[in-house]
Design a protein around this ligand. Sequence first.
Ligand code: GDP
Ligand code: MG
Length: 439
Amino acid sequence: LAESLESAWKKLRGQDKIRESNIQDALQEVRRALLAADVNLQVVKDFVTEVEKQALGADVIAGVKPDQQFIKIVYDELVKVMGDTNVPLAQAETSPTVILMAGLQGTGKTTATAKLALHLAKENRKTLLVATDVYRPAAVDQLVTLGQQIKIPVFEMGTDANPVEIARQGLAKAKEMGVDTVIIDTAGRLQIDGNMMAELAQIKETVQPHETLLVVDAMTGQEAANLTRTFHEQIGITGAILTKLDGDTRGGAALSVRQISGQPIKFVGVGEKVEALQPFYPERMAQRILGMGDVLTLVEKAQEEIDIADAAKMQEKILKAQFDFSDFLKQMRLMKNMGSLGGLLKMIPGMGKLSGEQLQKGESELKKAEAIISSMTKEERQNPDLLTGSPSRRRRIAKGSGHSDSQVTELVGKFMQMRSMMQKMGQGEMPEMFGGMGG
Ligand code: GDP
Ligand code: MG
């Protein structure tokens, strides 16, 4: 059956490889989404070219259209480029950990300095803040006020002192106080300027930070790329904080920053309040970026179809009698997906038998089975025989899942019946299998 399904789908869709010609629409969709999310044009080009190169020639998964599979590849790559997981702040082996904040004026450096200190305080880490922005009127006061608000000490020398000197003495003070982290807030300019960069480089040289965080305003859009390049080349950054994500920007700056510097985004700012800081999660950001132009819907659709194509693998498992409760659940979900394919199924020999009533029943069976199976332990899922001989296990599962003992017994019974039936059949026919599950 797996083979006949596969060839039927191939015939229906007429594609078996990802080629330049069959992903044009998808490519266009992805480009549009990235640009609409304010990813820098060059970054978009590089990213898409790279993914296209990877994808070309990849075998199409049976039953999945090449352009949908391509979009899924793009999404996975986007998550990967943005770092797969959240990267925590560096922590020095011997205290204090020194964090240097860098970035243009108005991006949210001073706010982020206080936000970070509060974040660390929640992990019981003690911080000293150092105010080196002597240029902007009231910049020192701003940090002092924030410090009072969150009860974190601030080191300052007024606005007449030299910023490099303030940083040096601030670090000395931090050692004297025995705090474990010192965060140095710095001045920014409206545009990148040579003096500011030179001063920042000098501060960096003096305090030898463990983290140099570039603070980037997410609203910066396209410009985030150039900004990142300049700061990374001239100062060297170890990470970034993307601020003002509470606005209506799609966060394309995240991709630009990451792609150009190769450094992770560690936090995002989501509001003016000191509490409005969150760790950066690549997957969420990828979704936000692709949310533009409904590419995300396409990703979901592709995922669904890829799951369906998994049926072939499942078939093999069944024949080898390795079918367990997790497969059972997967199979039920598969059935639900297939229902939504409606017309397509009718064209495949043997599939037309699934009636609407059967599918609906499948839906409520699925919910029940999902609840019951998720209350099983991993061992029980892999080894269903554990359950047939143990009423106490079944009772525990019933309680955990909010179902009755007899419902659990029934599900286990059905599973065993289905498994042995499938083994006997040798060549398991899918429609029979569904009938068996429906009861
Ligand atoms: P700096 O010049 O880089 O030190 O920037 P500031 O920390 O002084 O922030 C500039 C402005 O941006 C202030 O009005 C902040 O309240 C605001 N701001 C900072 N971070 C965020 C954020 O994540 N969301 C929003 N909506 N505003 C922010
Ligand atoms: Mg500031």
